[in-house]
Design a protein around this ligand. Structure first.
Ligand code: RP5
Length: 161
């Protein structure tokens, strides 16, 4: 339990990693520890079950879950644990990621998934969402997140370049 980081980044396939790495990069920049796992709702359902069943007791505080197509991973994970799940719809070749988005966003009452935008921006925002949740009880992280946001604002030019 002591070795468990606060954030779990899970994804349905290793092909999701280039997108999900955007979340990991944000957490790296903010000094938030995380673990990464391939957990597929369809290909490794037992792994999904075990991960969800043990998540809270292991000490995970936020789970970022990315999946594409028939993207059942975030919703199934939310059904298995009370640890907040942030869902990332992976962009797909066939339907552009709208399939992933629709698969993740319309959860039934009682089992929420905080659904982000499709693709890289959504994954980065999932990292920021996780950091924001953890910052509520971590003043050091709150200061780093405030600085990250201020730096982003300062980098936006006032006129087109
Ligand atoms: C989903 O199927 C994964 O999340 C991935 O986005 C998609 C395609 O997976 P691969 O065929 O690339 O392994 O389960």
């Amino acid at each position: 339990m002591t070795d468990t980081p606060p954030v779990g980044i899970i994804m349905g396939s290793t092909s999701d990693w280039p997108t999900m790495k955007e979340a990991a990069d944000i957490l790296d920049a903010l000094g938030v520890a995380y673990e990464t796992r391939i957990v597929s709702a369809h290909r490794t359902p037992d792994r999904l079950w075990d991960y969800g069943k043990t998540a809270a007791d292991r000490g995970l505080r936020v789970i970022i879950a990315g999946a594409g197509g028939a993207a059942h991973l975030p919703g199934m994970m939310a059904s298995k644990t009370r640890v907040p799940v942030v869902g990332v719809p992976i962009q797909t070749k066939a339907l552009g990621g709208v399939d992933s988005l629709y698969s993740i966003v319309q959860m039934p009452r009682g089992f929420p998934v905080a659904t982000m935008a499709i693709g890289a921006a959504g994954a980065a925002n999932a990292g920021l969402m996780a950091a924001g949740i953890l910052a509520l009880s971590d003043p050091g992280l709150a200061a780093r997140l405030d600085q990250w946001r201020a730096d982003l604002s300062a980098s936006i030019p006032e006129v087109p370049e």
